[in-house]
Design a protein around this ligand. Structure first.
Ligand SMILES: NC(=O)c1ccc[n+]([C@@H]2O[C@H](COP(=O)([O-])OP(=O)(O)OC[C@H]3O[C@@H](n4cnc5c(N)ncnc54)[C@H](OP(=O)(O)O)[C@@H]3O)[C@@H](O)[C@H]2O)c1
Length: 297
């Protein structure tokens, strides 16, 4: 499959599919004929996204799956509800900023709990539904490079900036994906990381009901297109990682332009920290123990 190939007969689950990059992953996959399951915590926002996609792809094959990654109970229920073969899971949903001390309903740090632990529990619990050649795509971030991740302390209270903790949560998700790639090395399944670069709403094409950006703000933001991109562009490396034939398990994809902020999908470099097998093993054990969800592989 190349990045424009026909995806009829393939099913992708996209988390955080009702807004931003997740929305654009769904639109791009649906336009190529894939069936897409939208994992969303708000039924209303999910309905708005489905209507918006149908304005572009009237025959889109879409299903909404209620999913709150901040709740292990919701994740477990979603895994039971899903009950169909899945060819790709795109772990996209993410919280980018939180007040210090913000916690999920399960009392995990909000960013670590949503961005990493929720996805760990989801992938573990849908594993039996994954096709023999399925791909798991972890949506990482350039911010992982500035993060120091201590697997033993992933739920520890953090000091310092919200951005650093965000970077840690993204580093955790990426470390998990690279560990999954190692654990799947003798199977035809793939685990891959991808990041969207720097993707902003004012440069994103309008869709009904989605991020409403005033025309003046769009006009003022237009010159920044030289450096950054819309969320439609941000979705490209992620969809590429989920579908393209040139992708291998353990790869990391992002925009190939300056600073990896924008541009066509290209293989990019992840930090040694997130590729470390000892960090991967320690993080895996910590995630199993914190979530109480054993990973079947
Ligand atoms: N934009 C960038 O430049 C950039 C750069 C690097 C990485 N990323 C990553 O790309 C991903 C998407 O970013 P974005 O810019 O598209 O963000 P966004 O516009 O804020 O969208 C985030 C999505 O995640 C969902 N979400 C948040 N918490 C959730 C939960 N507990 N359960 C289920 N869904 C939840 C949101 O749903 P609600 O509508 O219900 O809140 C929304 O659909 C994130 O993982 C982010 O870390 C983005």
């Amino acid at each position: 499959m190349d990045a424009t190939s026909d995806l009829r007969g393939r099913t992708a689950l996209v988390t955080g599919a009702n807004a931003g990059i997740g929305y654009w992953c769904v639109e791009q996959l649906a336009a190529r004929g894939a069936r897409v399951v939208l994992g969303c915590r708000s039924p209303e926002r999910a309905r708005t996204a489905v209507s918006a996609i149908r304005t572009q792809v009237p025959a889109a094959d879409l299903r909404v799956l209620p999913l709150d990654l901040g709740s292990l109970e919701s994740v477990a229920a979603a895994a039971v509800d899903l009950d169909e073969r899945v060819d790709a899971v795109i772990c996209n949903a993410g919280v980018k900023a939180a007040d210090r001390g913000a916690r999920t309903g399960d009392d995990f740090d909000l960013m670590m709990g949503t961005n990493f632990l929720g996805h760990f529990a989801l992938v573990a619990q849908v594993e039996s539904l994954l096709a023999p050649d399925a791909r798991v795509v972890a949506v990482g971030s350039i911010a992982h490079r500035f993060a120091h991740l201590d697997p033993a302390g992933i739920d520890a209270e953090w000091r310092g900036s919200s951005l650093r903790q965000y970077g840690r949560s993204k580093a955790a998700l990426m470390t998990f994906a690279f560990e999954l790639a190692r654990r799947w090395s003798r199977s035809s399944r793939m685990a891959v990381c991808a990041h969207p670069g720097y993707a902003v709403d004012p440069l994103t094409p309008r869709r009904p009901g989605l991020a409403q950006v005033p025309g003046l703000v769009r006009a003022l933001a237009a010159p920044s297109r030289i450096l950054v991109q819309g969320k439609d562009g941000g979705a490209l490396p992620i969809v590429h990682a989920a579908t393209a034939a040139e992708v291998f398990s353990g790869d990391y994809w992002g925009p190939g332009g300056p600073l990896e902020f924008r541009g066509a999908p290209a293989r990019v470099v992840a930090s040694d920290g997130v590729r470390s097998s000892s960090a991967g093993e320690a993080l895996w054990s910590a995630a199993e123990s914190l979530t109480g969800v054993p990973f079947p592989s």
